[in-house]
Write a protein that binds this ligand. Structure first.
Ligand code: 5GP
Length: 206
């Protein structure tokens, strides 16, 4: 697969603010496309179909699995979540960098299928801070907070599979840092095979 754009996956513990980060990076820079995932969970208040997610039934989701319509899909808290292939392929082929905000099982599937993918993991500076943020929302019950923290424990096992950690302390700095990392990643030789081939061809004259 030789895409012109870079595929960027962002994962992170629940409560790290990765959603806000992604929104900010989309606002600040115009070279990114954000993939809208498909899910079988119900919309939350304020969520818009086609913007936050494509909300579908189980049957619709399973039909698309059979048609090989997903880059990856995973089960999370009793629901399906998946990344539709068509949009991502089109955008990458048009030279746009595509951001997927997905959980870890999906992230690792993507990396296996498309090894040139850049995997970023967003983490708070400490678990004390994560707990403070989860409680600070004031919307979650103690049981849910504990569930998210124990899920974070499971996910931490795979943190070292990621290419970069983004420590989300100050939002502004974090957005700039993420953009810098993505820019640097574009220059890694394995992501520039065509360019290298071209340079080598030019050198054949000597
Ligand atoms: P939520 O239900 O809170 O919107 O999302 C739950 C989890 O599913 C989050 O960790 C989110 O990043 C992840 N997620 C959202 N879309 C996808 C997707 O298309 N594929 C995978 N594997 N995970 C997703």
């Amino acid at each position: 697969m030789n895409h012109k754009g870079l595929l960027v996956v962002i994962s992170g513990f629940s409560g790290t603010g990765k959603g806000t980060l992604v929104k900010e990076i989309m606002k600040k820079y115009d070279n990114y496309s954000l993939s809208v995932s498909m899910t079988t969970r119900s919309p939350r208040t304020g969520e818009v179909d086609g913007v936050d997610y494509h909300f579908v039934t189980n049957d619709e989701f399973e039909k698309l699995i059979k048609e090989d319509g997903f880059i990856e899909h995973a089960g999370y808290c009793d629901h399906y979540y998946g990344t539709p292939k068509k949009f991502v392929e089109n955008e990458l082929n048009n030279g746009r960098d595509v951001i997927l905000e997905i959980e870890m099982q999906g992230a690792l599937q993507v990396k296996e299928k498309y090894p040139e993918t850049l995997l970023l993991f967003v983490t708070p500076p400490s678990i004390t801070e994560l707990e403070r943020r989860l409680r600070g929302r004031g919307t979650e019950t103690e049981e849910v907070i504990m569930k998210r923290l124990s899920r974070a424990k499971e996910e931490a096992v795979y943190m070292d599979k990621y290419d970069y950690l983004i420590i989300n302390d100050k939002l502004d700095e974090c957005v700039t840092e993420m953009n810098d990392i993505i820019n640097a990643a574009r220059r890694v030789p394995v992501r520039n095979i065509e360019f290298i081939g071209d340079i080598k061809n030019q050198l054949d004259r000597y």
